[in-house]
Design a binder for this molecule. Structure first.
Ligand SMILES: Cc1cc2nc3c(=O)[nH]c(=O)nc-3n(C[C@H](O)[C@H](O)[C@H](O)COP(=O)(O)O)c2cc1C
Length: 184
């Protein structure tokens, strides 16, 4: 094992997990829990798929339907938390981010890469969360105008490693991701 006291190596490991999450549908980092605060001030969490991770920009991206309630939450408070537990590595990643909701022509590239079979995730009628008279009383057309990208500008990353001795470090954008060890 590399030097356990190496903050940079710990951060590198976290980014490797995030990048693997984008590339490998079977990686546990593929499906983070994505938390927002509802317009009424309550925490809301749901599973999402990690679609893009760019370390140079400190950016993660998630795709969603613009009509889902999480968008209403982000319109009021454009902040999110992401959580990933990597059981094999015994690592927890928690991320705090400012979220930009992107739609329209600026996400043409992302839409072009969505496989046709997955495009039905954007356009459910009636819109997600609407009460329906029976279990399958909805349709899932593909609706390009409903496709949105949540660009998450990372502000803080909190890493925990459950080794023989536990390790925890916090990295912030404000300190250029230098990181500091904290009590686990
Ligand atoms: C394995 C899995 C992956 C999912 N991926 C996404 C996703 O990438 N984007 C998304 O908006 N919802 C995704 N969902 C659905 C959300 O968890 C959630 O049910 C939906 O987005 C509505 O959330 P909201 O009402 O909080 O907006 C996924 C659900 C599961 C179970």
């Amino acid at each position: 094992m590399s030097d356990p006291n190496d903050l940079g190596a710990f951060l590198d490991e976290a980014w490797q997990h995030l990048e693997r999450g984008v590339a490998d549908a079977k990686s546990p980092a593929r499906l983070p829990t994505f938390a927002t605060v509802s317009p009424g001030g309550r925490p809301e969490v749901r599973t999402v798929a990690l679609r893009h991770a760019a370390r140079a920009q400190s950016v993660l991206e998630v795709h969603t339907d613009i009509e889902t309630p999480k968008i209403a939450a982000l319109r009021v408070l454009p902040r999110a938390g992401l959580h990933i537990w990597l059981a094999d590595a015994d690592v927890q990643i928690r991320i705090s981010a400012d979220v930009e909701v992107l739609t329209g022509a600026e996400i043409d590239d992302q839409w072009a890469r969505v496989p046709p079979a997955s495009r039905v995730s954007y356009g459910t009628m009636p819109v997600p969360g609407t009460p329906i008279p029976s279990v399958y009383a909805y349709e899932k057309p593909s609706e390009r105008s409903r496709f949105a990208v949540l660009r998450c500008h990372m502000v803080e990353m909190d890493l925990v490693h459950l080794g023989t001795q536990h390790r925890r470090a916090i990295y912030t954008a404000a300190t250029d991701w230098q990181g500091t060890w904290v009590a686990p």
